[in-house]
Design a protein. Sequence first.
Length: 268
Amino acid sequence: MTNLIEIKGVTHAYQTPDGPLPVLDNLNVSVPEGEFAAVVGPSGCGKSTLTRLVAGLMKPDEGEVWLHGELVKTPRKTVGMAFQNPVLLEWRTIMDNVILPLEIVAPTMPRAKRRDRAMELLTLVGLDGFEDKRPSELSGGMRQRASLCRSIVHKPDVLIMDEPFGALDAFTREDLWQTMHALRAKEPFTAVLITHDLRESVYLGDQVIVLSGRPATTQYVLDVKYPGEGGERKLEGLYTPACSDMLAALREQIQIAQGRQPEPAVQS
Ligand SMILES: Nc1ncnc2c1ncn2[C@@H]1O[C@H](COP(=O)(O)OP(=O)(O)OP(=O)(O)O)[C@@H](O)[C@H]1O
């Protein structure tokens, strides 16, 4: 399998009035095509900076970012992005919000075709019947579903998500996790998910990358072996010993990244 994202020896510091703030230190990350990489790490360690580098929104001081075999130097149209607050345009319907990237990336695509493509995704995430509503008429979870459709409507090479489910209640969040799996089953895409939720990282990730405290480097990579038959990930799987062990390992790594002494595991 070829690596769709290759981050090689990336080091970066922000220039601030108080001097340079080192944020990334010789960071190396590889994400094979079609894989889902979850990135976790202490608050402020540089996770969002990593997403900006992959999207080509900034250049590292040292090192290289490769996407689909091309060196990233400028902002990429082939990257879809989703954030904690889905920024949907209130003056547009849900349908017109979802087709927005197609207007930019595929301006010659006939409107009927754009609508068909958007409707296909809206149906998949359970929003058929809401396409003519305005964003304010939808719940937070529904808005995030629409935002996810918008992020992948133009079939980007990679979907970057910066805590997209962080503002949702626990039940809605779990629904959205399942929606992510449904979307990926329909049309596989490569994804990088920044999250603070270790369960989310294990449920969604093929690999979980733990970043160290700032300046961040790759401290630990967990190859997720999700329990269950036929590759289908069921939520109940999170409550199995296999997942508990993975979560315990990640928790320990986060404590190390925070510079804390890992707490001993609780014996049952
Ligand atoms: N444009 C900028 N100029 C200066 N400093 C910045 C800039 N962007 C981020 N920083 C600083 O760089 C560090 C890393 O920020 P970043 O947003 O990448 O971390 P993060 O891991 O995503 O944080 P969190 O988990 O809290 O969302 C922080 O200390 C932040 O204050």
